[in-house]
Design a protein around this ligand. Sequence first.
Ligand code: HEM
Length: 302
Amino acid sequence: MSSDTPRYTPYDKGRFQFTLGIRAIDPAEWIEVDGHYAAHLAEKRRLFAECPAEVFDAIDGSLSAQTECLELLLDNLARNLPGTVEQDDRTVRVDQTGDHYDREAFAARPLDLAGRLVQEDLCLMAPHGGTYRLIAASLCFPSRWRLSDKLGQPMTAIHQPVPGFNDKLARPVDRFFDRIGAEQVYMRLNWSVMDDPTLFQPTGHGQSGINDAITAANAGDLLWLRVERQTFRRLPKSNALVFGIKTIVDPLSSLADRPDVARGLHGAIADMPVDTQRYKSMAPFADALAGWLDRAATSTSG
Ligand code: HEM
């Protein structure tokens, strides 16, 4: 984890925003590699070895979209992030880790190979009954959800636990998905504060017991800012969408020298509806977090 100021601070506006929050980005920036690349890929490798069924799955009929996604990713890496992976017809090699993959071994699950090459988790969404449903995923760093609960499900069922999603966002999201053209890439940021920096978190919503170990004095080291840089792009041949999720975890203490951002986060949490705070499991440390942010927001450094 880095103690530099986080690159993305979507919580810095001082209010809670429950919106689509999408913006177009340069397709060259679809995939991002940062200083945690080798460590995140090693963690993915461990998860693929220890709990493969939790971190990859696909429904029948998704193979063509998976193949298209792998090809698009390899092409993107070669063009925009040269030196990340070396590839020929038979093998793919990750430069930083030395991991070496035989393409033939992934012929029946090409999205599994794609997910091992980048920090992003990769979910494929296909049009289905006027909305989109999840047809395949390489998902190593879920923020408190389990792939087996969501595979094959449409957007409304996937988001059923999210307060307000189906009333306010489900239809705008479907309309946005329909409009995404080939060559366009969009992104949005999702954020939470958690008391656990673990990347693979398949459960954990709705915690309410107070965690006495976390205080206003030590919250900087025991709480974590978890941001998802989510990207969306079309696979033109199969018409599926790739939903990329890059998970970035920074200690709360990374805001110690940024009173402006700490003030923004303080305001965003104060503005957050109670059901959303409960969903995000913030009750166990809410007072400690508020106390720490109060102090950081009024500190004179930075
Ligand atoms: C523009 C598109 C999307 C928007 C605006 C959106 C919005 C949201 C929001 C606001 C949350 C709650 C996050 C939190 O408070 O921490 C959420 C959770 C979630 N989203 Fe999305 N989402 C989008 C696309 C997708 C897609 C394509 C998938 C496909 C896998 C997905 C899967 C999930 C899952 C699994 C959760 C956690 C649900 C749970 O707690 O069980 N989202 N989303």
